[in-house]
Design a protein around this ligand. Structure first.
Ligand code: NDP
Length: 286
């Protein structure tokens, strides 16, 4: 029987992770059984125990289980500890080891597909949830010149900025204060607003024509932010499909010891109708 891997979350039916990991495994001739397992917070611990008893060797974890996964790990990476969440579980004897590959996934996508180097650049991060935390630390490590964090619940943005430290380079701002800010090099939408069909209220002055506007989500939840960015004059917009594939490649490397090629997987998934939030598709909606 092939070794077992899975992604846990709720909802999970539309997850691309089983397809992504099947394509990665095919590159190395690795046989694996990777499934999506729908489970909520209440039943996650027992579902993960059952998965381990059935020979589960590794798992990805997504909304709303990342913090719970962190709490269940016997050991965690520094990235996971800083993010306060785990998106990759590795079976180690009879324990789980936890890692967070979201930050590395974003940096890889920014570098490889967008030619964007964060070092010295002026960045705005919208959101202060699990993904935003991972992204904020990754951008700080990459040497951003300035990182401003705004969140619907301002206390969470302040707590994140404090956790990173090195003020005034890293700082929280109130959502209203965004109206006084101009011309960021990078604006990352790490909120989950698009999933509920909500639009963010953002001033147009945040963007210059060369600003890279990046939404961590992909498919329909990313459309509202990317359409706003295009309408505001940004020429560079991206959804989070590339980040999704790059963070999956990091997980794959942790489990199997090989880093897969991501370009062919990106090309294939970008052609998938479920992933329609690419720049051209966004432009077509204006
Ligand atoms: P969390 O639930 O941990 O955080 C959600 C964030 O969104 C919080 O900051 C919350 O603010 C904010 N938010 C929610 N609704 C609204 C709204 N209506 N208006 C303004 N802000 C809102 O989620 P995650 O951090 O795990 O995920 C965030 C996004 O990142 C999702 O779209 C997810 O799909 C995406 N993601 C993409 C990945 C990829 O590989 N491409 C990987 C991980 C996540 P508040 O604090 O006030 O509640």
């Amino acid at each position: 029987m092939p070794p077992r891997y899975a992604v846990f979350g709720q909802p999970i039916t539309h997850s691309l992770s089983p397809r992504i990991h099947a394509m990665f495994a095919a590159q190395f001739g690795i046989a694996l059984d990777y499934r999506a397992i729908e489970v909520g917070r209440e039943d996650f611990t027992s579902a993960l125990d059952a998965f381990a008893r059935d020979g589960g060797r590794g798992a990805n974890v997504t909304l709303p289980l990342k913090e719970r996964a962190f709490a269940l790990c016997a050991r965690t990476s520094e990235e996971a500890r800083r993010a306060g969440s785990v998106n990759t579980l590795i079976r180690n004897g009879d324990e789980w080891r936890g890692d967070s590959t979201d930050g590395a996934g974003l940096l890889r996508d920014l570098h490889q597909r967008h030619g964007f180097e964060p070092h010295g650049r002026c960045c705005l991060l919208l959101g202060a949830g699990g993904a935003a935390r991972a992204v904020a630390f990754a951008l700080a490590d990459a040497g951003v010149g300035e990182l401003v964090i705004a969140n619907r619940t301002p206390e969470r943005a302040s707590a994140l900025a404090d956790a990173i430290g090195t003020a005034p380079r890293m700082r929280a701002c109130a959502w209203d204060e965004l109206a006084t800010m101009r011309d960021f090099d990078l604006v990352v939408n790490a909120t989950a607003a698009g999933h509920a069909g909500n639009r963010l209220d953002l001033p147009t002055t945040l963007l210059a024509p060369a600003t890279l506007c990046y939404d961590l989500s992909y498919g329909s939840p990313a459309i509202a932010f990317l359409v706003w960015a295009r309408a505001t004059g940004a020429t560079r917009v991206s959804d989070g499909l590339g980040m999704l594939i790059e963070q999956a490649a990091e997980s794959f490397a942790l489990w199997h010891g090989h880093r897969p090629e991501t370009a062919p997987v990106y090309a294939e998934l970008r052609a998938n109708p479920d992933c329609r939030s690419s720049p051209d598709q966004v432009r077509g909606r204006l």
